[in-house]
Design a protein around this ligand. Structure first.
Ligand code: S3P
Length: 437
């Protein structure tokens, strides 16, 4: 069954607490499962993606108990996982399948990792290549996509690996594999990507050293469980931030937002566009920076986004494209090719949505240009397909706040993969939305 959302012109005001971060949640579950004692994870994201990873870890023999706002995960140490009775299902989640493959690469049992229609089309050679060099045995389809069959082997060796693409998922798959590999693994990144795995390893006492784009990790050391407090998801907050910036008379406070600098390039770009964003109450959850964000409606000007920072706002590009449409002047985005390999081809999906609303964009030589219309601009009525991609759906729901009448977003169920509270939170901030199931 498919659902749709009608998004209508509105302003946003009020205060919300943003739910837990997806990237940190996946890592917390895996680290807790591999620790040799119990961990308590607070504020885990309750999305379909994260619940799938939680379920996979249960299938691997780990006891998990839900308390009011926390999960207790009874880790059994590096050698504690057991043979799953069935295939492991990761739904829509590239992070879930790639990071878990790094763990299953060094188990004594075989496993098969699967996903939904979208995940079944995503590239997995980027992880099977380095993991194979370490001695793992991963079999992919002839298109190098899932299902991933892993033949159990317990003897991985460390690797010295220069990553050909900037990907935190690939880096993290190697780091999870390196946890039980013999020797010291060295990873060199072409550009700095999100560093949640490194920070969580550090928090739980794993000996990891990071020097700019070089990471060193020595394997085969057991570690204890810990209390992990998951910060709010900056990528979820991004939709509300842009919503408040582009809709007039808006003023919102978003509490407990993760502000890890490898994730927040969107704030820097928006500030360069004249956005009114203030960071308050900055503090730490474990090794992760957290703060509250005060955002007011703003008259935005265009931006230029260089390829070096793309990994630090890769998930925020669709909503940044929406912001740039309501900015004055032409915005340019360099080196955005990786967008084609996300939950959908996000470049094609965004261009198609814009086209349905009568907006033309240009993409040549891996540069996207968007001709901004300014803060008074209103979008014509239209019907947009989400391409079953949560971030495409949420981007156009936000665009609808600046419609003349309304925008209809088809196939909006996918929002549950990362931000099931999106509609209710927007609603509580005053957005006028109609959801039909
Ligand atoms: C993620 C890394 C990014 C990002 C994804 C989550 C992670 O993917 O797009 O949503 O948790 O490591 P890549 O590392 O493949 O670019």
């Amino acid at each position: 069954m498919t659902s749709s959302i009608l998004s209508k012109p509105s302003s946003l005001s009020g205060e919300i607490k943003i739910p837990g971060d997806k990237s940190v949640s996946h890592r917390a579950i895996l680290c807790a499962a591999l620790a040799k004692s119990v961990s308590t994870v607070n504020n885990l994201q309750h999305s379909e993606d994260v619940l799938n990873t939680l379920n996979v870890v249960r299938q691997l023999g780990i006891r998990i108990e839900r308390e009011e706002t926390a999960y207790k995960i009874f880790g059994k140490g590096l050698k504690g996982l057991s043979n799953p009775k069935e295939d492991l299902y990761f739904g829509n989640s590239g992070t879930g399948i790639r990071l878990t493959a790094g763990v299953l690469a060094w188990q004594s049992f075989n496993s098969e990792l699967k996903g939904d229609f979208s995940l079944s089309k995503r590239p997995m050679q980027r992880i099977s290549e380095p993991l194979s060099i370490m001695g793992a045995k991963l079999l992919l389809t002839s298109e190098n996509t899932p299902p991933i069959k892993i033949i159990g082997t317990t003897n991985l060796s460390a690797i010295s690996y220069e990553m050909p693409i900037a990907s935190a998922q690939v880096k993290s798959a190697i780091l999870f594999a390196a946890l039980n590999a013999k020797g010291v693994t060295k990873i060199t990144e072409p550009l700095i990507t999100r560093n949640h795995t490194e920070l969580m390893f550090k928090q739980i006492g794993i000996d990891i050293q990071v020097n700019q784009n070089e990471i060193l990790l020595s394997g085969q050391n057991e570690f204890e469980g810990a209390q992990i407090d998951v910060p709010g998801d900056f990528s979820s907050a991004a939709f509300l931030i842009v919503g408040a910036l582009i809709s007039p008379n808006s003023s919102i406070l978003i509490r407990d937002v993760g502000l890890n600098s490898s994730r927040t390039a969107l704030i820097d770009v928006l500030l360069s566009m004249n956005a009114s964003i203030e960071i308050l109450n900055q503090r730490k959850f474990g090794e992760e920076e957290v703060g509250d964000l005060k955002v007011n409606s703003s008259e935005l000007v265009s931006c230029t986004v260089d390829s070096e920072i793309i990994p630090n706002l890769i998930d925020e590009l669709p909503i940044l494209f929406i912001a740039s449409l309501f900015a004055k002047g032409e915005s340019k985005f360099f080196g955005i090719e990786e967008l084609k390999h996300k939950e959908s081809d996000r470049l094609a999906a965004m261009q198609s949505g814009f086209e349905k609303l009568g907006i033309e964009t240009q993409y040549t030589n891996d540069i996207l240009s968007i001709d901004g219309k300014g803060s008074d601009f209103l979008l014509q009525e239209g019907q947009i397909d989400s391409f079953e991609d949560h971030r495409i759906a949420m981007s156009f729901v936000i665009a609808g706040l600046r419609a003349k009448k309304q925008i209809k977003i088809m196939n909006s169920d996918c929002i549950n993969t990362s931000f099931p509270e999106f509609i209710s939170q927007l609603d509580s901030l005053g957005a006028i939305l109609n959801e039909s199931k």
